[in-house]
Write a protein of this length. Sequence first.
Length: 280
Amino acid sequence: MSGNLDAEQVVSTKQFATIQKQSCVIRLLEKWSSLLLMICLLVIWEASVRVFEIPAFLLPAPSQIAELMGEEWPLIQMHSLATIWAILTGYVTAVIFALAVSALMIRFPLLERLIMPIFVGLQSVPKIAIAPLILVWIGAGMGSKIAVVMSIAFFPIVINTMAGFKEVDRGLADVFRSVAATEQQMLFKLRLPYAIPYIFAGLRIATTLAVLGAIVAEWLAASNGLGYLVLSGSFNFNTARSFAAIIALAVIGTVFFNFMSWIESRVSWRTGLNDSTSQV
């Protein structure tokens, strides 16, 4: 009898160990699934280019792109720094302007009714159509790139900030008013903390839009930046250089997005919000 029990215990122990190994493998696959998929796609890309002998000016192989990035790294780094500076400057300007405008609109509802339709109308117009006007008004250079980035990144921050301000619990607002709290105290002690998750949702959306804005400005009129490098490569049939610039843009956008998600996890006070949309 005891022998049967020992045998069952051994079997159950082995099953438990097997289940643990399987769950460990599943967790590793879930954690590195994006990287594994990317590697598979790169292998397919490399094999397809070599098997079908696709010309490099049409579609370079990943190995050719990596080789060019190594050879022209100082050039890519120089243009990347120009784009990063335009993105950060325009983004910070958009954040400051959007938060200030949102604070004014929540304080004066008439102001919201007056200018919000204008913001919506401007957002409905493709920025590729507005960017040439910005270039005419400001001129080619860093100033126009910052203005285009700000015009694109501004809208989602305003919309999400206003949504957060309006989600304040009415009971809490009544409590603040009952103790004669000023509008400034209402804003900084109640509305702003309540709106933090909404604000960061807008900030995360604006990170990718800021990258897009910088590229739009560099396409139209610029002598530096990754957008300029993409056009330069396509005009000279140096497609590998264009792909290298696109990869650098993807890295910049991903790092910027995850950086904002990291800040959100440190600042947000109501909930961790560690959902799938806050990590890439």
